[in-house]
Design a protein around this ligand. Sequence first.
Ligand code: CUA
Length: 314
Amino acid sequence: MLHMFAFAQSYMPIQGSTFAKGVDSLFDFTIWASIISFVILIGGLVIFVVKYQRRSDNDKTAYITHNVFLEFLWSFIPLCIFMGIFVWGYVLYKDMRQFPDNAIEVNVMGYQWGWTMTYSNGKQSGNELVVPVGKPVVLTMTSKDVIHSFYVPSFRIKQDAVPGKRSKLWFQSDRLGDYEMFCTEYCGTAHSKMIGKVRVVTQAEFNEFLAKDKSKMTLAELGQEAFNVKGCVACHSVDGTVKVGPSFKGLWGSTVNHSDGTTAVFDENYARTSILNPQEKFVAGFANVIMPTYQGQVSEEEITHLIEYIKSLK
Ligand code: CUA
């Protein structure tokens, strides 16, 4: 009986993620609220046109100014419906923005015109995201050139991949299968060909995938290499001792106090800004240390590696 009212399921792609049901229910609610409002409004209009049409030349319209009760109702009822939609949407969105700690992490790089997925063991795949069934997956995304947008209709998730910024997205799929993935931000000539696949596989298949043609080093190890080669090691320790600048030990996810009294959480975007634009904020106690900018000297990939290295020092 209930699925008679479930519009979304009949024309939307398969509900492939744990978010899909909630999103579809809200979508159905807004569709039905619109249909019912349409019927009441247009139906009422037609009835009034027929019932109160002018019947003779001296047919006079009654003098009506207002009706407080009716005016209250037609304002208050829609207000309740809209607030309901707002709260419902907020609850669903909040869930999408709370990233689970035990998730599998994948770095996603958009470029003209494709995607590169990098797993924490260093394994890379192009235009194909492979994830295990029943496990939360967090994507950390950025772009090499212009704005792209990562969209998996079956999962009901979408997030821009923006150059110069890390954006995050998470999902969990409890259903094995292949799902279409699109770039949904116009990004140039071959935008329409920027199509990929999300493959939800068993844990065993996922392990096999990760082990096949993997790189010699994990992302954290590549980060450690960059840490030494790029000279970070001259000023930063990884064991908690203070050299010239703050130590990287335990930095990830911590709250950083700045010399101007402000604070910030040390995350992907904070790390990136600290590498490329270190003079934007000074960590409290290090206000007179001038760190040179690494703008143009480290690639986005190397920043990802350094981030993974700092993460591993938790
Ligand atoms: Cu990338 Cu459209």
